[in-house]
Design a protein around this ligand. Structure first.
Ligand SMILES: Cc1cc2nc3c(=O)[nH]c(=O)nc-3n(C[C@H](O)[C@H](O)[C@H](O)COP(=O)(O)OP(=O)(O)OC[C@H]3O[C@@H](n4cnc5c(N)ncnc54)[C@H](O)[C@@H]3O)c2cc1C
Length: 798
C-alpha cells in the first residue's frame, strides 16, 4: 500500500510540475484538452442521447470560470493538466470549461451567478430533460490531482445512478479461494484482470486509464490480504472452455507507467514577457469600457432580482462618474428609465441598451488596461480605475463645495464595497475586498482619506497577488504603487529592488488627484479653476505673446480659416481660447488677479516675474484689453488666412505644440486624449423617424430646431467638449452630402448648419450649467429653511 501511494505521489508530482498554458488571441482561454463548452454545445454535450436504450453519455465535470478573474486564471493550468491526463477516459468522464463571463444576461441559467472559480459535476440520465445531481458545486485550490481525485470519489458514489452496471470501477470482491473466484466473476467474462491493492483511488485510476478495453476485459479489485493472491500485484485472468480460471502475473511497474504524463511544459510567462502593452496612464476609454462591460454583464445578470440594488449603484455611479459625458448621459437616462418602473428583467435592459436608448454605448476597448493578451487585465483593471477615479471625483467635488449638504466621505466607498459584494463575480476577490473594507464606515474621516483608503487597500491586494504569477500580467508586475519613476515625490524610501517601502501620503494624494484619476474635466464648469497654479502657469505663458498672439496660434492650430471666421460668432472664438487657457476674454478680472498673483508671489519663477513686470509684456496685455471690444484682431485674421489650405486635414493632434504637454490638465489635452475626432466623412446619428422623414422629403427646414436639437444632443454624447471648427465642418459636409436639402446659401452650403449646431451646443451647455446652479441654490435655500425651522423649534421650546 505504501508503495502504491508513493507511486501515486510521484505521478502527481509530475503532474503538478508540468503545465501547459499557451495564450491565443481570440479572447477565449486556450483550452486545448479541456472541452470549451458554450451555450450552443451545452445541451448536446451534457444531455443523454435517448435515441438508444443504453446510456453511453459520459459524466461531465465542468469548470466554471470568468475570463477576467485572477483566481480562475490560477486554476486553468491545473484543469488543462487534469484534462490531458483524462483524455482516454472520455467514454466515462469528460472535463469541460464554461466561461460565465460570456453568459448572455438574459440567459444566465447555466452559471446562476455563483462565485467563481468553481466546478460542478453533471451526470446525464436516460431522461433527457434532467441532469442528475444538479450540478454539485466545488471550489477552492485546484491542483490536477484534486480535480481527478474529487471526480473519482464522486463518481464512485453516484455511478450506480448515472451508469447503472456499465460503470467499470467495481466494488472490491472477496473470494475465499480460486474456486470461489470462479463463482464471483460472472461466467460470461473470458478475460479479466485482478488488481490487488487497498487503494481504491489508484484502482479507479487504473480502470479509467483502461477505459477503452475495460468493458471487454473487466478489472476486479481484491484487498491485499486475500486468500487468492496477496500483496500489491496485478493479474491477468482467463477462463478456458471448461470454465477453469488461470491467473498470469502482469508487470505492476510497467502498468503503473501509464500514470506518468508527458505534458508539454511551456510557461506562458516566457511567452508574454514582452513590451508593456497599453497606455501608461488611465484614460476615459478605460473607464467607459469598464462601465459598458459592467452594465452589460455584472448588472444585467442580476436583474430582476437585484433591481433596487442596481438602481442605487447606478445613482452613485452617475453622481461620481469620472468617464465620458456620453456614458454619463446614458447612465442618467437609464436611471430615469428605471425610476419609471417597479422592475426590470435583464432582457428588458438589453432591449433598452440596444434599441431604446438614444445614446449608443461605445465598444469595449482598453487603453491603459490593455493586457499582454485578452485574458489579462481588462475589466478588473478598469474596475480599479473606475473606483479610484470615483473617490477622486468625490474629493474634487467636495473641494469645490459641489456635494449635497448631507454628503459624507463614505458615500462612495461603501457603495463600491456593496457593488463588489453583490455584483462582482470573482469569489476570492469579493471575499478579500469586503473583508478589507468591512470597517470603512468607521475608518474614513475625510474625502482625502477616502482616496487614500482605497489606494492603501489596492496596494494590499497588489502585495497579496505579487507572487501569484498567473493572476497578473507579467508586463505589469504587481509592485507598491506608485513607483518612484511614476511619482518621485510620493516615494520616501525604496528597498533593494527599488520598490517603495515608505510613501509621502500627501504627495500620493496629489498624484492620484491631479495627475492620475482626474479623468473627466467637464468642459463647461469646473475646469475653470482660476486659482490653481496651472492657471498661473497659463497666464505666465500668455504674457510674452499677448492674448492676440496666442489667439492666432490657437486658430492656426485648430485650422480655423478666414472663411470659418465668417461663420463663427464671438462666443466660438472665446471658447477656443477658454479651451486652451481656462478662461475667456471676458474674465478680465480673474485674469488680472492672476497676473497680480504672479507678480507678488515670492516663489514665482524669475523669468515669469521679469516678463510680468516688463513694460513690453504689459503693453501686450493692455493691447488685448483695448482690442477686446473689437470683433477680432486683424493680426490673427492674417495669420489664419495663410492657413486656410489646411482646412480638411483633420489632424488635431499633429499640430499640438510643446505647450500642451505642460498643461496636462487642460481640457484641450483631455479632449484630444479622450475623444473621438470627427473627420470627414464622419459618422452620423440615426435621427428619429420624423426627422429622417423630413430629411428625405426635403421638408427639414420646417423642423430645423428639432433637427438641430437631435444632432446637438448626439454630438455632445460623443464629444461634450467639441469646439474644433474642422470637426463641425466634417459633420456639416457629411450631412450635406447625404441630404443636400440641408444646404443654404453662404460660404459653404453646410455653414448655416454648423453655426446652428454650435449655437445649440453652447445653449445646451449653458442650460446644464444653469441646472446645476439652480440645484445648488435650492439646496442652500433648503438648508437655510431647515436652520430657521430649527431655530423656531428652539424658540418654542424655551
Ligand atoms: C475590488 C477588486 C478586488 C480584487 N481582488 C483580487 C483578488 O483577491 N485576487 C486576484 O487574483 N485578483 C483580484 N482582483 C484583480 C486584480 O487586483 C487586478 O485587477 C488584476 O490582477 C489585473 O492587474 P493589473 O496589473 O491590471 O493592475 P490592477 O491591480 O488592476 O491596477 C490597475 C491600475 O491601477 C493603478 N494602481 C495600481 N495600484 C494602485 C494603488 N494602490 N492605488 C491606486 N492605483 C493603483 C495602476 O495604474 C494599475 O495599472 C481584484 C480586482 C478588484 C477590482
Amino acid at each position: 500500500m505504501l508503495v502504491s501511494h508513493l507511486y501515486l505521489f510521484a505521478v502527481f508530482l509530475l503532474f503538478s510540475l508540468s503545465s501547459s498554458y499557451i495564450v491565443e488571441d481570440d479572447g477565449h482561454w486556450p483550452w486545448h484538452k479541456t472541452k470549451y463548452l458554450t451555450r450552443t454545445n451545452w445541451t448536446s454535450a451534457l444531455k443523454a442521447d435517448t435515441s438508444t436504450s443504453k446510456v453511453r453519455q459520459p459524466v461531465w465535470i465542468v469548470f466554471y470560470y470568468l475570463t477576467y478573474c485572477g483566481f480562475c486564471k490560477l486554476a486553468e493550468p491545473g484543469w488543462e493538466a487534469a484534462a490531458q491526463y483524462a483524455t482516454g477516459w472520455s467514454r466515462y468522464l469528460r472535463l469541460g470549461a464554461y466561461d460565465c463571463a460570456s453568459e448572455s444576461s438574459s440567459q444566465n441559467d447555466i452559471c446562476e451567478d455563483e462565485g467563481y472559480p468553481q466546478w460542478r459535476i453533471f451526470c446525464p440520465l436516460t431522461n433527457s430533460t434532467q441532469l442528475a445531481f444538479n450540478s454539485e458545486r466545488r471550489s477552492g485550490n485546484v491542483k490536477p490531482e484534486d480535480i481527478l481525485m474529487w471526480s473519482i470519489k464522486k463518481l464512485n458514489k453516484i455511478a450506480h445512478v448515472c451508469y447503472g452496471k456499465t460503470w467499470p470501477v467495481r466494488h472490491v470482491i472477496e473470494p475465499q479461494s480460486l474456486d470461489d473466484l470462479n463463482r464471483v466473476i460472472p461466467p460470461n467474462y473470458k478475460n479479466f484482470q485482478l488488481f490487488v491493492s487497498d487503494d481504491i483511488l489508484l484502482y479507479s485510476l487504473y480502470v479509467l486509464n483502461n477505459s477503452k478495453t475495460v468493458y471487454k476485459e473487466p478489472i476486479f479489485r481484491l484487498h491485499t490480504k486475500n486468500p487468492v493472491k496477496s500483496g500489491v500485484s496485478l493479474w491477468k485472468g482467463s477462463r478456458n472452455e471448461h470454465g477453469e480460471i488461470t491467473l498470469e502475473p502482469m508487470d505492476w511497474t510497467q502498468a503503473m507507467k501509464q500514470f506518468v504524463l508527458n505534458v508539454h511544459n511551456s510557461s506562458h510567462s516566457d511567452k508574454l514577457e514582452s513590451e508593456k502593452p497599453g497606455a501608461l496612464r488611465p484614460t476615459l476609454t478605460d473607464v467607459d469600457s469598464t462601465v459598458v462591460w459592467m452594465v452589460n454583464k455584472d448588472l444585467r445578470r442580476k436583474l430582476p432580482t437585484l433591481f433596487e440594488d442596481v438602481k442605487s449603484w447606478l445613482n452613485v455611479l452617475h453622481t461620481y462618474y469620472p468617464g465620458s459625458e456620453s456614458v454619463k448621459t446614458f447612465l442618467y437616462d437609464l436611471i430615469n428609465f428605471m425610476n419609471d418602473r417597479t422592475t426590470l428583467t435583464s432582457k428588458e435592459l438589453q432591449n433598452y441598451i440596444n434599441s431604446t436608448s438614444i445614446i449608443k454605448l461605445p465598444d469595449i476597448k482598453f487603453d491603459h488596461c490593455n493586457g499582454s493578451d485578452p485574458t489579462k487585465r481588462g475589466y478588473t483593471c478598469g474596475l480599479w480605475l473606475l473606483f479610484h477615479s470615483m473617490t477622486v471625483k468625490q474629493a474634487l467635488l467636495a473641494e469645490d463645495n459641489k456635494l449635497p449638504s448631507d454628503a459624507k466621505p463614505i458615500d462612495v466607498i461603501v457603495p463600491i464595497r456593496e457593488f463588489v459584494r453583490k455584483f462582482f463575480l470573482c469569489e476570492e476577490c469579493v471575499k478579500h475586498f469586503t473583508n478589507m473594507t468591512s470597517n470603512a464606515e468607521h475608518e474614513i474621516p475625510s474625502y482625502k482619506e477616502n482616496v487614500l483608503y482605497l489606494w492603501r487597500g489596492h496596494n494590499k491586494v497588489n502585495e497579496r497577488l505579487r507572487n501569484e504569477e498567473l493572476s497578473s500580467d507579467p508586463a505589469w508586475p504587481k509592485v507598491p504603487f506608485p513607483t518612484k519613476q511614476e511619482c518621485n515625490t510620493c516615494v520616501r524610501q525604496v528597498d533593494e529592488n527599488n520598490d517603495a517601502t515608505e510613501f509621502d501620503e500627501n504627495e500620493v494624494y496629489n498624484y492620484l488627484k491631479e495627475k492620475l484619476f482626474h479623468l473627466n474635466i467637464p468642459c463647461d464648469s469646473t475646469w475653470m479653476r482660476m486659482n490653481t497654479s496651472n492657471s498661473q502657469h497659463s497666464v505666465a505663458d500668455l504674457l510674452p505673446y499677448g492674448i492676440s498672439g496666442r489667439m492666432a496660434t490657437i486658430l492656426t492650430k485648430q485650422h480655423v480659416s478666414d472663411e470659418d471666421l465668417q461663420i463663427m460668432d464671438r462666443d466660438d472664438v472665446e471658447h477656443l481660447f477658454k479651451n486652451e487657457y481656462g478662461f475667456t476674454f471676458r474674465d478680465r478680472k480673474q485674469f488680472w488677479n492672476i497676473v497680480q498673483k504672479i507678480q507678488i508671489s515670492e516663489n514665482t519663477n524669475r523669468k515669469t516675474e521679469e516678463i510680468a513686470h516688463s513694460p513690453e509684456s504689459l503693453e501686450h496685455v493692455y493691447g488685448f484689453v483695448e482690442e477686446e471690444e473689437k470683433e477680432e484682431s486683424t493680426d490673427s485674421k492674417q495669420h489664419q488666412l495663410s492657413h486656410s489650405n489646411h482646412l480638411f486635414e483633420n489632424k488635431v493632434t499633429s499640430n499640438i505644440d510643446d505647450d500642451d504637454d505642460k498643461h496636462s490638465n487642460s481640457s484641450s489635452h483631455l479632449s484630444i486624449s479622450s475623444g473621438y475626432i470627427f473627420t470627414y466623412p464622419t459618422i452620423l446619428p440615426s435621427f428619429s423617424s420624423s426627422i429622417t422623414h423630413a430629411l428625405q422629403t426635403n421638408t427639414i427646414h420646417k423642423q430645423w430646431a428639432a433637427f438641430i436639437n437631435e444632432l446637438a444632443r448626439w454630438v455632445m454624447s460623443i464629444k461634450p467638449c467639441l469646439r474644433e471648427q474642422h470637426e463641425y465642418r466634417a459633420i456639416g459636409q457629411t450631412l450635406y452630402e447625404k441630404y443636400p436639402n440641408i444646404g443654404t446659401a453662404g460660404p459653404k452650403p453646410w455653414s448655416f448648419l454648423c453655426r446652428s449646431l454650435s449655437q445649440r451646443i453652447r445653449t445646451e451647455r449653458w442650460q446644464r450649467r444653469k441646472a446645476i446652479t439652480m440645484k445648488n441654490r435650492k439646496e442652500s435655500q433648503r438648508k437655510t429653511l431647515d436652520r430657521n425651522n430649527d431655530m423656531a423649534d428652539f424658540e418654542i421650546l424655551i
